[in-house]
Design a protein around this ligand. Structure first.
Ligand code: SF4
Length: 476
């Protein structure tokens, strides 16, 4: 039994409730069109168009460029004071004409913003007007995604974008013997890990959507162009013909459920394949859907991950962890660090989620440890909780750097955005081989902080201090 159970009794009471503030301070989530944008970045020859003010598109471009360090194109209907009062129809019609003529994309994805959702612009209606005015012309596919940021986060944005793409473009035809994989807001490095695992399993897939080459691209002279790689329209058209859909994140499975309901394509919605248990589940689902055995190479990589967990165990054992970010990533890492022998002490997400709470409950039972849960919270709450609950390492995006600094603990950077380090697009922890890299990096971080150069623990004295602390004593 741990201190949290002692203090708070049961799981439900471990939810942290802030009673001190009336606004979000340093949110643990991003805006809704930003998530949709990340899904569209994984399409080939696509142009995203934000129907809103210039500021929205500029903000998103800025965040994406400083995270991925790649040129990012985001067009805007550039509403101003006048169009806010009289409606943005003409601006959107002009934007559709300009983007179609000047950039000639295969698809334009139009996302609404807080502004256009508030004034109530009918984007579907405006698109129909544009198509009617251009009958006989070769137009790109036009897909609209409703993304009011005041009623959801980037996670809902990603989910809605993939759903709308599949709903608009999916065409039932002959079976293709493939698996649809809905990625969620993963780094291009993680998308590459999943693609490699699929290759090792010898299974063909349709990746929804594939950012691996677009957002980790080679240096080229032609910097501002449409993305040359990624998921094609033909592949999305083919999704109703696949054997199954696997949503890697539970919160982005709307397209999978749509395909299951309308085209009988079985949908698996599981935890992120992070760590042994969740990667096993992912591999098992694929093998079941395709009726195949697990190949030797995959078994070998699993064995290597088990080996590194054993090698690293003595360093990580009972180290306390705080994690903030997207619910799927937070619970995925919480499961993985538990397999590493660590204790998930504080879990913080920026949205409400029953599925997340259920998963934390399951994990608490398995490891007999109740994390403190910050649901629909922000980094202000996280900072306050960490004042009273000391942890040894923090996992989250670059906004956690000042919290880690204040607590004198290391920050393992994961999630979005990461603008204070190079290589955010190559961070990967999914699958067995991504997991090996993750355990190596986390353990070396722990060794750097808590061990001297000869391998002796630096905090021996601190453990003596712990004995004076009645709360810590219960946990020893
Ligand atoms: S106004 Fe809304 S849509 Fe625009 S950047 Fe801000 S939160 Fe996002």
């Amino acid at each position: 039994m741990n201190e949290n159970m002692d203090c708070c009794g049961d799981f439900e009471e471990n939810k942290y409730v802030s009673d001190k503030k009336f606004a979000v301070e340093n949110p643990a989530r991003m805006c809704q069109p930003m998530g949709a944008l990340q899904a569209i970045m994984g399409l080939k020859n696509a142009m995203p168009l934000i129907h809103g003010s210039q500021g929205c598109a500029t903000y998103m471009r800025f965040q994406l460029i400083r995270h991925f360090r790649e040129p990012i194109e985001v067009s805007s209907s550039a509403l101003n004071e006048k169009t806010v009062i009289y409606g943005g129809e003409n601006n959107l019609l002009n934007a559709l004409k300009n983007v179609s003529e000047k950039q000639d994309p295969e698809i334009i994805c139009i996302m609404s913003s807080c502004l256009t959702e508030t004034i109530g612009d009918d984007i579907e209606g405006i698109i129909s007007k544009f198509e009617d005015a251009n009958i006989g012309m070769k137009l790109p596919e036009l897909v609209s995604v409703s993304t009011p940021s005041f009623s959801g986060s980037h996670i809902e944005g990603y989910d809605k974008a993939v759903f709308e793409l599949v709903r608009h473009l999916g065409r039932p035809n002959v079976p293709n013997n493939k698996i649809n994989l809905i990625m969620g807001n993963l780094s291009p490095g993680d998308v590459s890990e999943v693609k490699k695992l699929m290759e090792d399993l010898n299974v063909s897939s349709i990746i929804l959507t594939d950012t691996s080459l677009n957002l980790d691209a080679p240096l080229e002279e032609d910097t501002l162009d449409l993305h040359k790689y990624g998921t094609t329209i033909k592949e999305i058209e083919d999704t109703p013909n696949s054997k199954a859909t696997i949503s890697l994140s539970k919160h982005v499975d709307s397209a999978g459920k749509f395909l299951e309901k309308n085209f009988d394509v079985k949908c698996f919605s599981e935890n992120l394949p992070v760590g042994i248990k969740n990667t096993d589940k992912f591999v098992k689902n694929i093998c079941e859907a395709m009726n195949i055995e697990v190949p030797k190479k995959v078994e070998r990589d699993r064995g290597r991950l088990c080996d590194v967990l054993v090698d690293a165990h003595s360093y990580n054992y009972r180290k306390k962890v705080a994690i903030f970010g997207d619910p799927d990533m937070v619970i995925g890492i919480a499961n993985f660090v538990s397999e590493m022998g660590m204790l998930p002490e504080v879990l913080c997400i920026g949205m409400k989620s029953e599925r997340f709470l259920d998963d934390v409950k399951k994990l608490s039972k398995e490891i007999n440890y109740n994390p403190i849960i910050l649901e629909d919270s922000d980094l202000f709450d996280l900072e306050n909780v960490l004042d009273d609950h000391k942890v040894d390492i923090l996992f989250g995006n670059a906004y956690g750097a000042s919290i880690a600094d204040k607590n004198n603990i290391p920050l393992y950077r994961v999630g979005f955005p990461i603008f204070d380090r190079i290589g955010a697009q190559r961070i990967s922890l999914l699958g067995y081989t991504g997991g090996i890299k993750f355990v190596d990096e986390v353990t070396n971080m722990i060794i750097d902080y808590y061990y001297d150069f000869e391998g002796y623990k630096l905090d021996e004295e601190e453990e003596i201090i712990f004995e004076d602390n009645p709360i810590k004593e219960k946990n020893v």
